[in-house]
Design a protein around this ligand. Structure first.
Ligand code: ADP
Length: 261
């Protein structure tokens, strides 16, 4: 079943067109990885889906245009994990995770809200940080707390913007395994911008590649990741290996000059 349908989405910052007629859909329970060079429009697309930005064209959630949904309704359905570095007003880790419950809560938190927030912290392994100030954590810890906040929100669709860019390899592996497990166990639909192609291939069911605001390819990791496409889109010569355990591995070799890229 189609969960998110992005129909001819266009967006410009002032007169600078950043997304050009982007159309695709994501089925329920699928993990879609957004890949593409820096500045290709991944963050902008994620913000259009969450309606932080108001693009031309339409985004549908379960067949309803999100333009016609109230903010509170969007928040019940869509969780958004921004890149780290976003400032949050002074709050403890527990308070930040509790913010995820806001769309579900009355004027105060119920025992159920507290239990769900606690479970989300356990799921991400950040329960031992509960009383610490969020702003004083490392980038990697903040990233996990923001994912825990989104898990506590219990959305149907989870948007993640480079969820592992400040995590070391162990924490990267843990966070992505958690997101993968969450999707498989709860049927949540995940759309995540990932810039490492090997990581994207390993954790995403489908990949979508953007270049200068245009969708250039959509498919399974095996279909989408080819040395020709990496050369064309990134201007990089690469080798692709396939390992039984690790899956598809992309090794960039060298940049080619602008003229040939
Ligand atoms: P990506 O996530 O793929 O790196 P972005 O969506 O962040 O790409 O950016 C796409 C383009 O939009 C870039 O050229 C960037 O400079 C521009 N851009 C992003 N945010 C803003 C903004 N707030 N104001 C103006 N231009 C922006």
């Amino acid at each position: 079943m189609v969960k998110i349908y992005v129909d001819n989405v266009r967006f410009s910052y002032r007169s600078n067109p950043v997304l050009k007629d982007v159309t695709f859909h994501v089925d329920e329970g699928t993990i879609l990885g957004l890949v593409g060079p820096n500045g290709s429009g991944k963050t902008t697309l994620i913000r259009c889906i969450d309606r932080i930005l108001d693009p031309e064209g339409s985004v549908f959630l379960d067949g309803t245009a999100i333009r016609d949904m109230r903010r509170s309704e969007i928040a019940l359905n869509i969780g958004y994990v921004p890149q780290t570095g976003a400032k949050i007003a002074a709050a403890s880790v527990f308070e930040v995770v509790m913010m995820g419950r806001t769309p579900h809560m009355g004027w105060r938190a119920s025992d159920e809200d507290l239990a769900i927030a606690e479970k989300a912290m356990l799921f991400l392994g950040v329960e031992n940080l509960a009383d610490l100030e969020y702003n004083e954590l490392s980038g990697g810890q903040q990233q996990k707390v923001l994912i825990a906040r989104a898990v506590a929100q219990e959305p149907k669709v989870l948007l993640l913007d480079e969820p592992t860019n400040s995590l070391d390899i162990r924490h990267q592996l843990e966070a992505l395994s958690i997101i993968h497990r969450l999707s498989r166990e709860t049927g949540i639909t995940v759309i995540m911008a990932v810039h490492d192609l090997t990581v994207a291939a390993r954790y995403a069911d489908r990949l979508m590649m953007l270049r200068k605001g245009q969708l250039v390819a959509f498919g399974t990791p095996d279909e989408l990741i080819t040395t020709e496409r990496i050369r064309e889109v990134y201007g990089v010569e690469s080798k692709i290996f396939r390992d039984q355990e690790a899956g598809l591995i992309v090794t960039p070799l060298r940049a080619i000059s602008e003229a040939t890229a």
